[in-house]
Design a protein around this ligand. Sequence first.
Ligand code: GUN
Length: 293
Amino acid sequence: MTILDGKKTSDTIKDEIANRVSSMVDKGERVPHLAAVLVGSDGASLTYVNAKVKACKRVGFNSTLIELPENTSETDLLKKIDDLNANEAIDGFIVQLPLPKQIDEQKVLLAVHPDKDVDGFHPTNVGKMVLSLPTFLPATPYGIIELLERYKVETSGKNVVVLGRSHIVGRPISILMSQKRAAGNATVTVAHSQSKNLINITKQADIIVAAIGISEFLTGDMVKEDVVIIDVGITRVSDPSKKSGFRLAGDVHYESVSKKASFITPVPGGVGPMTIAMLLKNTLLARERRNNM
Ligand code: GUN
């Protein structure tokens, strides 16, 4: 069994990006600049955004963190987005999700200029992704593709089962892996909360992408021998034996599934660090594209 080490792979990608940035600096060029908008003080979102800002520093990008209060109005957030769209110094930006309930997420995603949409969430960029046109791929699916590619996991002609149909992970990874592309050419099934006889579906899978947000949902009895496991979930589960009182768990019951798997991503240290590395890659792409305009 091989661990798909997202931490190590993301470090390699960050080194590659840092080298690009160094040569930009040597040539006297402006370095990429990512901005992140965080509305409210959700603990997990704050952790993720801080990790993104830290990663920018590591590779030599400029970064700006914009923290807005929980009660920010939709109008004020849309105004902030307009400012970032117009700001020549910012190459790309993200609005961390989820947003407080007074704000319509769809309106926010539509307001981000597609050329600065390094999350790849704008309908224009989603459309380009579906049509296999060059665009910003959403960071988590992009990270999964990159991890499979770098570990040379064969996907062509394989049965892939995606658990979950979210706009951020399940839907896009199902599209990407069915396309004629690296880490693609697979026969993809999307299973979700209304799927019947799930075990019959997962037992057929050569590769499973678990992205349903239910901790330790996928158990050893649900998978076949030599399955490849990509675990996107990350939730806190209480664990009195830990000083913090909790541990991080994925959507996969690691102990039982890893006994049967040929490849598996750990949690933490699997998909999470890859997501951040691919956001940096998209920001570098945004910077390079502006250079050509
Ligand atoms: N919330 C969970 N994942 C993501 C992500 O990839 N981007 C943003 N903006 N918010 C998220």
